[in-house]
Design a protein around this ligand. Structure first.
Ligand code: C2O
Length: 577
């Protein structure tokens, strides 16, 4: 072989070993309003490219993504790339008035970001008011070395399962009500991949069900997203089990250790308990007798004495070897056994069982010990309405800034001009924190670059409890422990998993309980941290971290993009023109 051939050969071998070259994945998202008909009602909904759920973005790890958002709707819009770490790219993160002004009607903005060091399923959604109810979609990240490099048996098919919620009311109205601390509205029905399912009917018309055709013996990788506005869901398929392989685009260990270092059977579960904002990748083998099986997503709801609503359920159908049935829909469908719709225990155990696939290096020098009491109250101090509700962290209810996004103010060294700004309180005023907010303010916590933060997230432990999925932008964190009741350092620190904790962007804080997370603030910028229950987030259960620049160019916040949207006097979060 001549030298040239050797070089060529080596280059080809190297390319094969390294997988595909990083690519540019480009999408255009046209946001507009479209009339949709469900349950005897026409509603005007705001969608991306007329789709519900919106388009799936598929990338290979290392790719660059460019999304041109063209706003043809009468509302201000932003898009957040939920779970994408956005290293040194905070301008593209998307939460309204945190990193950017909403894109005004008839205006455009192009989001540009790289997907690096993450594999699995994430998603994207509008991050303004309640628009994400209908503006969302999956973001799938495949390994650079191809499907043979999955740390689990290669699936035969991959299927996104996006759980959403259908409201039969105007989402702007819903948002305004929440802003005014009036809530209690629940969706009409959950959806699986946009369909309400045959559990729902109106005047004898049954809603369409999501249908998954399977071939016996084949393995399916379900990429499950909870894109719902509020609720946590239990997902089950009659007669089938799941092997969970990833959570929030981080691989988890499906093989529990039995005795010493013996990985026996994969850990299977018959339930996926998924809170709003979470994503799970799970393998399902079509190993049941041929037939038709319900796939059910049922909302987990709060217990008495909180007002009881009704069962919220969407049913899809898993159908075997559809050719053989030749459309025979009369065959009985097997239904899964469901936990009580108030029972949060399956979710507690499901989340407690998650560990990361590989051992993790958990930093042990904590620079910032934080405690966050997550509460809601029915105090009407700020709304003057007898029905108002407010949510808070450490007795302070978050208020979005109105004049300028926090990130812009931070970049321009202008934070002190945000009159509502306060430093996040170190701890709640008392252990048995009250139900009354002491303040409505834009609370931020300043963090030195690369500082290690540990947060105890304490949910309401008493009666009237509910779970809170707390989501951090721009970083993943380790989930060290969870428990029921009040967190007690003396008892609970020894229970921390410092070996292989799961790595996530959304922490499920259980009903009546607490969760501890730890992360390194390695990404300069302003990063929103909030409950992913939109009613909570919009009524105050939120705060923002301001991560300072590091010592190098790569660790310094870059300048804003040239087409960075301006508020143009439209300083409310969502508004009609
Ligand atoms: Cu999925 Cu700040 O959100």
């Amino acid at each position: 072989m001549s030298t040239a051939w050797v070089v060529l050969f080596l280059a080809a071998a190297l390319a094969a070993a390294c997988g595909a070259e990083a690519a540019l994945v480009e999408h255009t998202f046209v946001v507009s309003q479209i009339e949709m008909h469900h349950m005897c009602n026409d509603s005007l909904v705001t969608l991306v490219n007329g789709q519900f759920p919106g388009p799936t973005i598929e990338v290979t790890e290392g790719d660059s993504v460019v999304v041109h958002v063209i706003n043809k709707s009468p509302l201000g819009v932003t898009i957040h790339w939920h779970g994408v770490k956005q290293h040194n790219n905070c301008w593209a993160d998307g939460p309204a008035m945190i990193t950017q002004c909403p894109i005004q009607p008839n205006k455009n903005f192009t989001y540009r970001f790289n997907v690096i060091g993450q594999e699995g399923t994430l998603w994207w959604h509008a991050h303004v008011g309640f628009l994400r109810a209908t503006i969302h979609g999956a973001l799938i990240i495949r390994p650079r070395l191809g499907p043979n490099s999955y740390p689990f048996p290669k699936p035969d098919w991959e299927v996104p399962i996006v759980i959403g919620e259908w409201f039969d009311m105007d989402l702007f109205e819903l948002y305004e009500k929440t802003e005014n601390r009036i809530y209690g509205d629940i969706p009409l029905s959950p959806t699986i991949n946009g369909l309400l399912g045959d559990f729902n009917n109106c005047s004898g018309v049954t809603e369409d069900s999501y249908k998954l055709d399977v071939v016996q013996g084949k393995t399916y990788l379900l990429r499950i997203v909870n894109a719902a506005i509020d609720k946590a869901y239990n997902l089950k398929i009659a007669g089938h089990k799941f092997t969970v392989v990833a959570a929030d685009a981080n691989y988890v260990k499906p093989y529990p250790r039995k005795k010493k270092k013996n990985y026996v059977k994969p850990y299977t579960t018959d339930i996926i308990a998924i809170a709003s904002g979470e994503t799970f990748d799970a393998l399902v083998i079509a190993d049941a007798p041929p037939g038709r099986y319900y796939m059910v997503a049922q909302a987990v709801q709060t217990t008495e004495p909180i007002t009881q609503k009704r069962v919220l359920m969407s049913r899809g159908i898993v159908s075997y070897n559809p050719m053989k049935w030749s459309g025979d829909d009369t065959l009985a469908i097997m239904a899964p056994e469901l936990p009580d719709w108030h029972d949060e225990r399956p979710s507690f155990y499901f989340h407690g069982n998650l560990t990361s696939l590989l051992p993790q290096t958990v930093p042990s020098n904590i620079d910032e010990h934080m405690f966050m009491a997550l509460r809601s109250g029915d105090n009407c101090l700020y709304a003057g309405s007898p029905h108002c509700k407010v949510t808070m962290i450490n007795n302070i209810s978050f208020q979005h800034p109105s004049a300028m996004p926090l990130l812009q103010a931070h970049y321009n060294n202008n934070m002190r001009n945000i009159s509502s700004l306060i430093e996040f309180p170190r701890a709640p005023p008392m252990v048995n924190f009250t139900q009354t907010p002491t303040l409505t303010a834009t609370m931020v916590k300043n963090l030195r670059y690369n500082s290690t933060v540990e947060i105890v997230l304490q949910g309401p432990p008493g009666e009237m409890s509910y779970s809170n999925p707390m989501h951090l932008h721009g970083h993943d964190f380790f989930i060290l422990a969870q428990g029921i009741g009040y967190y007690d350092a003396e008892k609970d620190v020894p229970k921390y998993n410092l070996v292989n904790p799961s790595v996530k962007n959304t922490a499920h804080v259980p009903m009546y309980g607490w969760t501890v997370i730890r992360f390194v603030a390695s990404n300069p910028g302003v990063w929103f941290f909030h409950c992913h229950t939109e009613h909570h987030s919009s009524s105050g259960m939120a705060m923002a971290f301001v991560v300072e620049d590091g010592p190098t160019v790569e660790t310094t916040l870059s300048p804003p993009p040239t087409d960075y949207p301006s508020c143009d006097g439209h300083n409310s979060i969502v508004e009609y023109v």
